[in-house]
Ligand binder design. Structure first.
Ligand code: M6R
Length: 606
């Protein structure tokens, strides 16, 4: 996580760094800092807390320098504090460093430096880099950087300033994202291309291990072996991220409301009058009947999207489908071969574990398709094929439209693959196509929940909430519980409804809230029994169901009624009121909804 930004050009760097940090703050917001350089040396300003605190501190400073680096932190080593904020500076103030990633061998390096008399000012892993640079520096920054890199293990994107070279900005990337922005008489580095879009659309993606030296007019790259290397600049087509919330009090609410449009943008390019088209996948297999297994790999909400898709993929294609957490998959030595199709799912396209899983899958010979929202992200660039969701920029840390567009895209993929494998009848194909065509409109109706705010306020003082469901309802329960936890800090758990009685039901007592997700056709009677099991033990149940099935649950406490929707699209429609529920609960509890504590939008450390 953490966001890094750097600038070298002819304009004062500090305001540009602050603007860049504002676009990167989603990556972490424990502290923020910047360093600028001129012949007078390095000037550093850093503060614990949100970027606004740093902005306030910088107001009192005269900062005309035209080269600088900035950082917004998600703490890994050392608690949030001014001292642990980046940039970190070497003892004599010669080098300043910002870092995204983890230096895994920092403890032994620190012991070594301390034995040499170096005094550390922070608890971070990053500070060793600044001190090592100063220790090995003999007037050539490039050589010093390569010497230090040879001592580091772990993942790092680094921005480096040297007081001896105030017209130059150095950067490095290994297993952490970094992009170079090429402007007219100015150059940038950033953790994410969206931070560069207001200034330039010409970008260079350094390769693993590249070292970069930027001046206002020049960009020089060396590969990991130290050889000069030319990397082509590319034109980025993305739009700059909408910087304001418009009429909405929070980005999360805005993004929830944008879902019908995001779903339309994701689905429409792939729907024809007669079926589904995914030109991006054509040719990956000569014959898609060769695929004998699917493995979906992702983290967090993307994993929940994969869990919902598993039910549809198995039902429609007949293919055995596994879903795994990327952090588990990458280390479990999964048996893969060229006929196992691995599908990685990621909104940001930068999640470290998902990226590592992708690389592991490719190393083991499996073709990889990515479902990704951010075009040009590392996962998009490294996958064999990409299915782009069109959610647009998602700013709130808790994903909403990112998740629902992933579910929609995976549903589209399930229909397409079933068609390719000949496992769909014409009648089934037509009815699935209609379900996908109708989804944006049905999602718009799902947003109309007049009673939800009152219900959320009623439950806002609870300590725990359970979500139960079967089949795709269970997948949505997982996502609903995560949403509630991450933004309201209420302890929430999801259970497959039939599983509760195998232990967890012991936690149900008088008044325990249980949200029963009951949209899946065919399992309503089973779910009704599970609802009765918890109400018999005093639970207060809220049932979420469809218009068609609502009469069955009329006697079961509060009932939220959603538009009817077939299994293929139910996980989208049902998730929407659960997002709103979490939002209103968090609002009633006075939580920081867009930037919940301890979280970051893009998890680029494992
Ligand atoms: O960018 P990704 O889709 O790879 O992110 C995966 C998770 O980190 C993400 O979904 C996370 O769980 C969100 N905070 C959920 O709201």
């Amino acid at each position: 996580m953490c966001g890094i930004i750097g600038y070298v050009g002819n304009k004062p760097a500090a305001p540009l760094l602050l603007q860049g940090l504002a676009r990167l703050e989603y990556r972490g917001y424990d502290s923020a800092g910047l360093a600028v350089a001129d012949w007078g040396g390095l000037t550093v300003c850093k503060r614990q807390g949100r970027l606004a605190v740093l902005e306030e501190a910088v107001k009192g400073l005269h900062l005309p320098q035209t080269v600088g680096i900035g950082h917004t932190r998600w703490a890994t080593h050392g608690r949030p504090s001014d001292g642990n904020a980046h940039p970190h500076v070497s003892e004599s103030g010669l080098f300043a460093v910002v870092h995204n990633g983890i230096i895994e061998n920092y403890a032994s390096l620190r012991r070594e430096l301390e034995a040499d008399g170096v005094v550390f000012r922070s608890d971070t892993d990053t500070e060793v880099v600044a001190h090592l640079l100063e220790q090995v520096y003999d007037g050539d920054v490039k050589t010093a950087v390569f010497t230090v890199l040879s001592r580091l293990t772990g993942a790092y994107a680094l921005g480096i300033l040297c007081a001896d070279r105030p017209g130059e900005l150095f950067a490095v990337c290994k297993a952490s994202p970094l992009v170079i922005g090429v402007g007219a008489e100015e150059q940038f580095i950033a953790s994410d291309v969206t931070a560069l879009l207001p200034y330039t659309r010409q970008v260079i993606w350094p390769a693993e291990g590249d070292v970069v030296r930027l001046t206002a007019s020049d960009c020089i790259l060396w590969d990991a072996t130290g050889q000069p290397v030319c990397r082509q600049a590319e034109q980025v087509m993305m739009e700059a991220m909408a910087a304001d919330k418009g009429e909405f009090p929070h980005f999360m609410l805005k993004e929830i409301m944008e879902q019908p449009a995001a779903l339309e943008a994701t689905l429409a390019p792939h729907l024809t009058d007669t079926g589904v088209r995914l030109e991006e996948l054509e040719g990956l297999f000569a014959d898609w009947r060769q695929v004998h297994r699917l493995v979906i790999v992702a983290c967090g909400s993307a994993y929940h999207a994969g869990t919902a898709a598993k039910y549809q993929l198995e039902r429609l294609t007949g293919l055995p489908t596994e879903v795994d957490l990327a952090s588990e998959f990458r280390y479990r030595e999964p048996p893969l071969n060229p006929y196992t199709l691995v599908v990685v799912v990621s909104q940001s396209g930068e999640t470290a574990d998902t990226l590592a899983a992708l690389r592991e899958a490719k190393r083991r010979g499996a073709p990889v398709v990515a479902v990704v929202n951010v075009a040009g992200s590392t996962i998009a660039r490294e996958s064999d094929r990409v299915l782009h969701t069109q959610a647009g920029p998602e700013v709130a840390v808790a994903t909403t439209k990112g998740y629902t567009t992933q579910v929609a895209m995976l549903g589209l993929f399930a229909v397409w693959l079933a068609h390719k494998r000949g496992s769909l009848s014409a009648v089934q194909g037509t009815s699935l196509l209609h379900a996908l065509q109708a989804l944006p409109a049905v999602a718009a109706r799902a947003l109309e929940q007049p009673h939800l705010c009152r219900l959320a306020e009623k439950l806002a003082r609870q300590e725990q909430v359970y979500f139960i469901g079967r089949n795709t309802d269970y997948a949505v329960a997982l996502e609903a519980a995560l949403k509630l936890k991450e933004i309201s800090y209420i302890h929430a758990e999801a259970y497959a409804a039939g599983e509760l009685k195998h232990g967890t039901i012991s936690l149900i007592e008088e008044g325990t809230p249980v949200v029963a997700l009951a949209c899946h056709r065919g399992l309503q009677q089973k779910l009704l029994s599970n609802i009765r099991e918890v109400t018999a033990r005093g639970a207060q149940v809220v049932t979420v169901t469809t218009e068609e099935q609502a009469p069955l649950f009329a006697e079961e406490g509060e009932v939220l009624i959603l538009p009817d929707t077939p299994p293929l699209t139910a996980a989208v429609v049902e998730a929407i009121p659960m997002q709103l529920f979490a939002y209103y609960v968090a609002k009633a509890r006075g939580c920081d909804i867009d930037k919940p504590r301890n979280l970051a939008k893009s998890v680029t450390v494992e």
